[in-house]
Design a protein around this ligand. Sequence first.
Ligand code: HEC
Ligand code: HEC
Length: 401
Amino acid sequence: MLTLLSGSMLLHAQDPAAEEGESAEAADRSATAALPERDPALLAALTADLRQRYSKSAKEWPTPEIDPGVVYAELSTPTIPAGPPDNPTSPAKATLGLSLFFDPRLSGSQQISCANCHSPELGWADGRSFAAGNFRRTLKRHTPSLLGIGHAATFFWDGRQSTLEDQATEVITNPDEMAGDPSEVVARLQKESEFYAPLFTKAFGDATIDFQRVVQALAAFQRSLKVGRAPFDKFIAGKPGSLSDAAVRGLHLFRTKGRCLNCHQGPMLQSDTFHNLGLTYYGRKYEDLGRYKVTGKPEDVGRFKTPTLRNVARTGPWMHNGLFPSLDGVLRLYNAGMPRPRPKAGQENDPLFPKTDALLKPLKMDAGELADLKAFLEALNEPQVRILSQPFPPIAPSQGS
Ligand code: HEC
Ligand code: HEC
């Protein structure tokens, strides 16, 4: 138990055992134990063959293992999205958005900015299982990374918002998160017109500061975040030395035996599809019904959006509830086919009892293959970002109270 989910054990110390994880770990042991060590000569031959096949253009890559009915998009390097017609991305808007993203004036207390939870040095996430909100209230979900978020069509783990602009409005006004009041936020920014008026003018053509422009600039900033500079991108751009042998084998496993491409697809290795990975905690303290709360459809109980895997090695702990403190734990549980909780007495006919996604199956990978898969995930790491200068006008202590 300790090796698989030690961090989550701490998290759920009072919970009658992290059952989902435990049953899966038993399956996990049986899935990996029987497999023989890989033969070095065979492994070298396999690696050479894969290097040759993946050095071609993606159209000629080996056929992936995709289940019938699943539409898939091949892995590739993302570009910066243009933004919607009513809010085209521009460098000037992104510059304004950067300041607003860091400016705690956007919160009711003037203590919390977007960057508190989406920190550039933590991969635009916060390194915590659950986010700490207004008055350090523990929120119910893990903070997702914002890298490449402009490629998504739905926002939040349950996809309840469909534009980045609306998403920003929700988080600023949510009493548990930033507890901001739009007119108060705008008034505070107007007071700093010496700093903000030129930025708004460059971004929108005139110096008017209103809430719609605030959320538009925040959205434009997020869309403009650079992504697609990982070793994997260099590899597909024709630099074979950018991926280690293990990562090349991992790329192939990701697309084939690992079945990952069924859900994590396209340039961002994400998709706006919702799946239940068996982590619902149904009927228990940490229950999260996910997508069901948005659609009201029983089949959506426990489904969450398929997140990006870009930079994923840097944005732990993982999953909507930050359950996994290590990527190895995530991969071992995928290998076991993820938890498949069974209804207890009295739950047999419960239409809301969560069902683990049929696309998840035991993968029968050995330890070497899991290490290869991890090497591929690590080859999706982006260059680290440092933002050292304070991009917003400082708040004097007397102003902040
Ligand atoms: C208190 C911590 C916190 C603050 C402050 C915060 N966020 Fe978040 N953010 C989260 C959490 C937690 C989620 C996931 C919530 C959920 O899925 O229900 C999230 C989700 C998001 C998402 C959706 C990502 C996805 O993958 O769908 C975006 C975009 C986002 N935040 C942008 C912002 C912006 C812009 C701000 C500032 C206006 C901000 N956040 C402030 C914690 C925070
Ligand atoms: C059935 C669709 C599906 C398949 C197949 C799948 N994933 Fe996922 N993946 C998801 C969803 C949905 C989540 C988020 C679930 C949650 O938080 O409850 C996720 C989360 C993750 C996370 C955590 C990301 C984060 O930011 O917290 C990693 C890492 C991951 N998947 C890797 C993989 C790998 C590697 C494979 C192949 C072995 C794979 N996935 C196969 C749907 C899938």
